[in-house]
Design a protein around this ligand. Structure first.
Ligand code: SIN
Ligand code: MN
Length: 261
């Protein structure tokens, strides 16, 4: 990844509404729960928003935000790449249909889920865990190469994820604040890919409660949750119905790649 100086060029300028304040370029995307002014975040964003050459070396630049230790790659997947990933996810879902897990407390989750990889994430009265089979008794399909290539490009790790959790959010679905902590080794990052309708993603700290910051994740955005922030709480407050045309019936798909064992 080559970093260099250059003018900030946001891939979706039409969606951005600058407001008066110190964080004009980013205010349309990031909301802070800690006060009306985002000045406290400005320095971090100034330091960490990056411009780097993309894979084809044609000199396109990408916006990278860092919020509470999560790296957010805006529009990492262009519309063609989003369609390719979506096509592969459809093939996975044909073999391993979505289901609605129950929380250990006995409530149905609003998000529908399935997985690809050696393990799939699962929850019922016995708790949160990884399972080596879909509830229908078959092995989970392999993680598609298109999805693995996102992991490879952003982490550069030899170690590959053993689970790609696939979440489907209908317009009324949300996900409460939680940590991803069912994996054996938190040194490996979790890589999250957003497809379809935008979602208001909230990021907190390692402790439950306390300050949070939120931003809208759009189709093609990729978030890397790793390092010191690996155990930061996060959740999805809501999905903005009709904000993307990627999924013909609407809604949002989120993929999270995890090293499990
Ligand atoms: C998750 O935390 O598993 C999903 C996050 C998201 O939907 O963006
Ligand atoms: Mn999570």
């Amino acid at each position: 990844m080559t970093r260099g100086a250059g003018p900030l060029r946001h891939p979706c300028p039409d969606l951005f509404t600058p407001k008066a304040g110190c964080l004009q370029r980013f205010e349309g995307y990031i909301r802070s729960s800690s006060g009306p002014c985002n000045r406290c975040m400005r320095k971090e964003l100034e330091n960490l928003r990056g411009f780097f050459d993309n894979k084809d070396g044609k000199g396109k630049y990408m916006t990278v935000l860092r919020l509470r230790g999560f790296d957010i790659y805006k529009a990492f997947l262009d519309p063609v790449a989003q369609q390719a990933v979506l096509g592969d996810i459809r093939s996975v879902v044909k073999k391993a249909p979505f289901f609605r897990p129950e929380t250990p407390g006995g409530k149905k989750m609003s998000v529908r889920m399935t997985s690809a990889g050696q393990y799939g994430w699962f929850s019922d009265a016995d708790g949160y865990r990884y399972a080596d089979q879909h509830p229908n008794g078959t092995a989970w399909p392999a993680i598609p190469e298109t999805v693995l290539s996102i992991w490879n490009a952003l982490t550069g790790l030899e170690r590959k994820p053993e689970c790609c959790l696939i979440n489907y959010y209908a317009s009324d679905a949300k996900m409460g604040m939680h940590q991803d902590r069912d994996e054996a080794d938190f040194r490996w990052p979790v890589v999250s890919v957003s497809l379809g309708d935008e979602a208001l993603f909230r990021i907190g700290g390692q402790k439950r409660g306390g300050k949070t910051d939120s931003l809208w994740l759009q189709s093609g955005d990729v978030v890397v949750m790793g390092g010191e922030a690996r155990l930061n709480h996060h959740g999805v407050d809501r999905v903005r119905a009709g904000s993307s045309k990627l999924l013909p019936k609407g809604g949002r798909i989120n993929l999270t790649m995890r090293v499990v064992k």
